[in-house]
Design a protein around this ligand. Structure first.
Ligand code: PEP
Ligand code: MN
Length: 351
């Protein structure tokens, strides 16, 4: 993709990592303005708030819709921040552009739908819209689908394009809400070096406490910016309550990140560490899953009056796992130690 333009012409907006912050959803004028004023006071230049919320389950808060646009305009007028919202249809694009929104983003569920993407692209072309458009990765880990979504916009003449890495949905319990699968955004960045890649630690982690460490990591790995959810009263948020930071938490994190980001880090080492973190999270997810199964086995054994430890089975497991480990270059004593610790914990779950 040639002639990609910067997201913003104003160079002062582009010299540091882009930090976009604001609530998951605009809920009321007071909540939007309170959050925005506090973020602006801490130096945030880009404000986000969803007014149309694509929720997985019906009956959840689906956004205030068009009523939120004047609130965003007030944010802009009062604080000078540029404001962004999510669009998922032609009607959203028309309404948001007419309503003075400065940045459009396309959510993960919409990015996975070629028809919706084409409809949005056609509308942007018809409006000759020159606003920056950020495309989140589709919910499923499909790089081509992501590239396809971006290409539809490009073919429609959109030149201020960025992408947002928000992780990928998966089944079961995990440390992170959405799996980062870093290789996918890295491959995107390798193929399209002119398109900024922004990381969304809020939707990747799904958890307030994990947002700061993941944000540090993302910038150290070379992401061009972050989009982070922040709410004036996170516990009462109508959507994504568990992952939003107080505005002051966010702005102090932002200051730390910008200060740290100045000298060139060691991107290779940081990216390897990112991979290690990912694998460790996968190991933890699997251990939790294994223990859950042990618990169910324990319940079964209780119902059928069976002994918890069955030595034959334990010996077979140890032998099988050490043999398999050796084939993978993992020494038998090392696997022995790990499997014994796992077995000990498993037995506890069955008692
Ligand atoms: C959001 O940004 O609030 C949102 C709905 O995100 P995603 O599309 O990544 O789920
Ligand atoms: Mn959200």
């Amino acid at each position: 993709m040639k002639d990609i333009k910067p997201l913003f012409d104003d160079e002062s907006l582009m010299k540091e990592p882009i930090i976009i912050a604001g609530p998951c959803s605009a809920e009321s004028e007071q909540q939007v303005l309170d959050t925005a004023r506090r973020l602006a006071a801490g130096g945030v230049r880009f404000f986000r708030a969803g007014i149309w919320k694509p929720r997985t389950m019906p009956g959840c808060f689906e956004g205030v819709g068009i009523a939120g646009l004047p609130w965003l305009r007030r944010v802009k007028e009062e604080t000078g921040m540029l404001v962004g919202t999510e669009v998922a249809s032609s009607a959203h694009v028309r309404t948001a552009v007419a309503g003075g929104v400065d940045i459009l983003w396309i959510g993960a569920r919409t990015a996975a739908s070629p028809f919706a993407m084409q409809e949005i692209a056609d509308t942007l072309a018809e409006l000759r819209c020159d606003l920056p458009v950020l495309v989140k990765n589709p919910v499923n880990p499909d790089l081509d689908l992501w590239i396809g979504a971006v290409t539809r916009l490009y073919n429609a003449g959109v030149r201020r394009i960025g992408v947002i890495h928000r992780g990928f949905s998966s089944y079961g319990k995990h440390v992170y809400r959405n799996q980062p699968m870093w290789a996918i955004p890295f491959e995107f960045a390798r193929r399209f070096p002119d398109i900024p890649v922004i990381c969304d630690p809020s939707h990747i982690t799904g958890s307030h406490d994990l947002v700061a460490p993941l944000s540090r990591h993302a910038l150290a790995m070379g992401f061009d910016g972050l989009i982070i959810e922040s709410h004036c009263n996170p516990e009462c948020a109508l959507s994504d309550a568990s992952q939003q930071l107080l505005p002051e938490e966010l702005t102090s994190l932002m200051k730390e990140l910008i200060a740290k980001n100045k000298p060139a880090g060691t991107p290779e080492l940081d990216s390897l560490r990112g991979e290690i973190d990912q694998v460790d999270n996968e190991i933890l997810d699997l251990l939790a899953k294994r223990m859950e199964i042990s618990k169910r086995i324990g319940e079964y054994k209780k119902q059928h009056n069976m002994m918890v430890v069955q030595l034959g089975r334990h010996d077979r497991i140890m032998k099988d796992r050490t043999e398999k480990g050796e084939k993978l270059g993992l020494p038998a004593p090392f696997i022995g130690k790990i499997m014994s610790a796992i077995h000990e914990e498993s037995v506890k779950r069955q008692l």
